[in-house]
Design a protein around this ligand. Sequence first.
Ligand code: AMP
Ligand code: ZN
Length: 130
Amino acid sequence: MCIFCDIVEKKIPSKVVYEDDQVLAMLDINPLSKGHTVILPKKHVDSLLESDEETVLACAKVAHLLSKHICEKLNADGCNLLVNSHESAGQSVNHMHFHVIPRYKNDAVIVLNEPAPSIDLDEVLETIKY
Ligand code: AMP
Ligand code: ZN
């Protein structure tokens, strides 16, 4: 019942950019920019917030490798690495994935919004300081 698990099992075709024992990377079917790639673990985990560390690190390693590789091959000027976790953050496929979004000078890609108003930084820091 998970489209990315079906892709890992090759029940659904995809444009595979990279594959190893733990990770698959494919071109995003609705790219935000040329070379937009999605990196996912072969094992199903719902999102970053549910994932074990090993699975996140396996994806992060490939995200680092492919960020550099894709930018170099496509002459991108930079890239965004993005992980949406849960619906409130824009996650539409509930199988953890990292987006690598190559960026080109003057492209019109919108990734992040304006800053939120009226957030007390000291209060937040007191709550989340680790
Ligand atoms: P998110 O909104 O962060 O959950 O991202 C899900 C991404 O998966 C979107 O950018 C979709 O375009 C992409 N996507 C969904 N189905 C497929 C598919 N079959 N092959 C490749 N990418 C897909
Ligand atoms: Zn899955």
